[in-house]
Design a protein. Sequence first.
Length: 404
Amino acid sequence: MPTPPGTRSASAGEPVTHLGGEERRRRLAVRHGLHPRHRHADPLASARTLAALHATDASTVYLTLAARVDGLSLDDVDEALYADRSLVRQLAMRRTLWVIPRDDLPAVRGSAAARVAGQEERRLAGDVERSGITRDGQAWLEEVAGRVREVLAGQDPLTSTELRDHVPELDARVSQGSGAWVSQAPAATRVLTWLGARGDVMRAQTPFTGRPRWTTPDRWLGTVPPPLRVDEGYAVLVRHYLRAFGPATEDDVVWWLGATKTAVRRALAELGAVQVRLDEGAGWVLPDDTEPTPDPGPWAALLPTLDPTMMGWKGRDFYLDPSIRPYVIDSAGNATTTAWWCGRVVGSWVQDDDATVLVLPRADLTSQALAALQEQAERLTAWLAGVVVPNVYAAKQAAGRELG
């Protein structure tokens, strides 16, 4: 088991702590707020406990929190996002949109978001040149970025369509891809993606199933602390991640962060991470996190597409049987809706035309498990109150087909 320099591991003759699949499933139940006796207090507490919330689909944020915060309403989530703004949206790890606690912005923007911004800038500048818009893609980007910032600094939040009325350059058609996969699209989406990762603009209001509005960080949040140094930012994120998802393998951490092994090993060393033994091999936890978790008892949960628990590890076998995986994970590694029983994925769920939630088991379940999942389905149906959540996988799920 390789040990990153500076991290703690067992010395000769000292046993390495074993944290197997059962322990990991217990931690998942308790820390992720999925067991009914361990719910999170409010949206901010949930986001802190989970390190970050997936937000690619606007509805995922609400459904993620509804599964973990008892008595939650849509207004409670909107208050955290749009009133006190304790939660903010930020493009960061793995070029994914997240909802994070506001005070984590300096760490995220100094590390994972900065990495994504650099990648986006290089690709976009090249695509602008190849599309014949200009010979100097970098200069074009900086000019457009300045105009976008200027417009947003003097306006209430705008949609991308409204912003294009003020900055016509955003209507330029930019090619992307190669060969048979070349496509063209207005520059607006990609420019805003780049500027969002860079921290020049940010998403303000984003309805439950609607389009985002954009603004500048200082108009939305007031004073925004500067980004941390890269190594400082990654250390903060790895600490948050291990607190929520540890024990985890090095590959898990690298995958979740979308970072390099070098960056991850440096962060593990900085944190004094402790090496433990998993059923799959070597894993890592924070120095004060080697004690076992008491059995919380049985529990059931219905989680949304791209839920942070489903998307927290690259290695998923301890909670996802390989026979079920093709029905809940697509070829890109993204997760659809999932049904859980006692720490394992046992199927998925969809809604019918009347917005009733239907559980789709893919495992042999006891009557207790089926009853508990049905109770969760009724709870979620009532919470959604007639709203049908967009789900690109629903037809395949309902037909019992692999997601592909």
